[in-house]
Design a protein around this ligand. Structure first.
Ligand code: HEC
Ligand code: HEC
Ligand code: HEC
Length: 123
């Protein structure tokens, strides 16, 4: 009986630790610098449901620290590091395809009058 309680507490503890994970489900990381609009990386779209596990990204591609990852325009075509390892046009949409820029770069406010990419509903 006692061991059951201990197990219950352990499981709860794991769940609570899980909910504090920044890139896990429900969490996201924002990159506000891009001139094309900010990029939001969502844990919800990069998780267990999609077949992705922590070691697929940590620590090889990204540190577990918000803001340590930076990417310049030139880095977009590099498929050996960062987002480009998957966003190479095979595993996921490419970072070099003009039509796909807006899948990551979202203009929220003050969108130019000329062409406003329509927000797609994902999931
Ligand atoms: C598809 C890639 C990917 C997967 C899978 C992933 N992460 Fe992350 N994680 C990131 C990125 C990108 C960042 C932000 C890094 C940066 O901005 O430098 C990040 C950041 C973090 C941070 C730091 C957040 C902060 O506030 O500083 C933690 C902690 C973290 N991840 C834990 C996890 C855990 C635990 C898992 C597994 C449940 C996981 N991540 C799965 C990509 C991923
Ligand atoms: C481990 C592989 C992997 C890595 C690393 C990865 N992605 Fe993705 N990402 C995917 C897959 C798979 C999809 C969904 C497939 C598709 O739509 O082509 C996706 C979809 C997305 C989407 C569309 C869904 C949404 O959340 O709106 C965005 C935006 C995105 N990724 C941003 C990023 C950014 C930014 C990074 C780097 C910080 C990154 N991804 C790193 C695999 C990855
Ligand atoms: C998989 C997601 C993704 C896609 C697709 C993508 N980008 Fe980015 N882009 C990023 C991330 C992440 C950053 C980094 C922002 C930062 O470091 O703050 C970035 C940064 C940039 C920057 C600013 C770089 C700098 O030096 O400050 C430019 C310009 C840019 N992207 C242009 C593009 C163009 C053009 C396309 C389409 C051909 C594109 N991006 C497609 C994720 C993406």
């Amino acid at each position: 009986m006692k061991t059951h309680i201990i197990f219950g507490i352990l499981i709860l503890a794991i769940i609570f630790v899980g909910s504090a994970i920044a890139s896990g489900p429900g969490k996201s990381v924002e990159y506000p610098d891009g001139e094309l609009g900010k990029v939001i990386f969502k844990g919800d779209t990069h998780g267990i449901k999609q077949g992705m596990k922590c070691p697929d990204c940590h620590p090889k591609l990204f540190q577990m620290k918000k803001g340590s990852f930076k990417m310049t325009k030139e880095d977009h075509s590099d498929t050996t590091k960062g987002c480009g390892v998957c966003h190479n046009g095979e595993k996921a949409f490419s970072q070099s395809n003009e039509a796909d820029c807006v899948k990551c770069h979202k203009k929220t406010e003050e969108a130019p009058a000329s062409q406003t990419p329509t927000e797609e509903k994902k999931e």
